[in-house]
Design a protein around this ligand. Structure first.
Ligand code: GLU
Length: 282
């Protein structure tokens, strides 16, 4: 019998004896927090094509705002951080089947997703907009009747684009990169998702002035970290890290690193208009 299995069995038996109940009721799953401590590293799922949240740097590593949030949590726990790429379509199931410990992948905390995984408190807030080529004449979703819009599968952006403009053809890709290429090549007239993801694509181009992010915010997209359902030990730890990060100014440091004045993805705090909902840690 391997050590992990033996330890698990001992825990189950102790749990059953202390609760004076039969084994099936007493069998408690081991918290992700304990699994991470034993393993020595957190496995985080992040985007690889959503600058500045999660994207590949020159060396091929996945870096970004979401990655730095996870790095803080890993440092707090005294473990390493391993980042694996996830797409919008797999980031929830990867948490469910425990392939990853945490999904830090621009996920909007929605009621339907919350039925199958848990979420941390909100750590970022965005809203949906459109990215178009300069001079297209498109100013809002109203101008997109009869036109083609691209977005990504299994996202809030996909659902909302269809609701807002039923007369447009919505083409859904697996990745944001493919979607942006479709806009560049004129396969679609507009690309829609959260405004800061659009900003990431625009700012990464050698000629960002050739693109425009247009219209008002069409939704609220509160980002949460996706965590295993019913694992409150891990969820509490993550939430306490986020609150501490906010209170100590560490969240702001990470924000400024990616979105701050003079940065490639500059986005003002006034525009972001976000304040983390913290609670007293004592
Ligand atoms: N945040 C939105 C969502 O969770 C859209 C962007 C994304 O794919 O992350 O569906």
């Amino acid at each position: 019998m391997n050590r992990a299995l033996a330890r698990w069995l001992i825990r189950v038996v102790i749990g059953a004896v202390s609760l004076n109940v039969g084994l099936p009721c007493a069998a408690q799953a081991v918290s992700t927090l304990d699994k991470i401590k034993e393993r020595g590293y957190i496995i985080a799922g992040s985007k690889e094509d959503c600058a500045p949240f999660g994207f590949r740097d020159k060396t091929g590593d996945i870096v970004g705002f979401d990655v730095d949030i996870c790095r803080y949590i890993a440092n707090k726990l005294g473990v390493e951080l391993k980042v694996v790429p996830v797409t919008s379509a797999i980031r929830v199931t990867a948490v469910q089947n425990e392939t990853i410990d945490i999904s830090a992948a621009t996920i909007t905390h929605t009621k339907s997703r919350d039925k199958v995984i848990d979420f941390s408190i909100t750590y970022f807030l965005d809203g949906q907009k459109f990215l178009v080529k300069k001079g297209s004449g498109i100013r809002s979703y109203r101008d997109l009747a009869g036109k083609r819009i691209c977005t990504v599968r299994a996202t809030t952006s996909e659902r909302r684009a269809k609701e807002l403009q039923p007369q447009a053809k919505v083409i859904s890709f697996n990745s944001y990169r493919e979607c942006f290429v479709a806009l560049k090549n004129g396969v679609v007239d507009a690309f829609t998702t959260d405004s800061t993801i659009l900003l990431g694509f625009k700012a990464s181009e050698p000629d960002p002035e050739n693109y425009e992010i247009v219209g008002k915010f069409l939704s609220e997209e509160p980002y949460g970290l996706g965590l295993l359902q019913n694992d409150s030990k891990w969820r509490d730890f993550v939430n306490n890290c986020l609150i501490e990060m906010w209170n100590k100014g560490e969240w702001l440091k990470i924000y400024n690193k990616w979105f701050g004045p003079g940065q490639k993805y500059e986005y003002s705090l006034e525009e972001l208009d976000f304040k983390m909902s913290t609670w007293p840690l004592r």
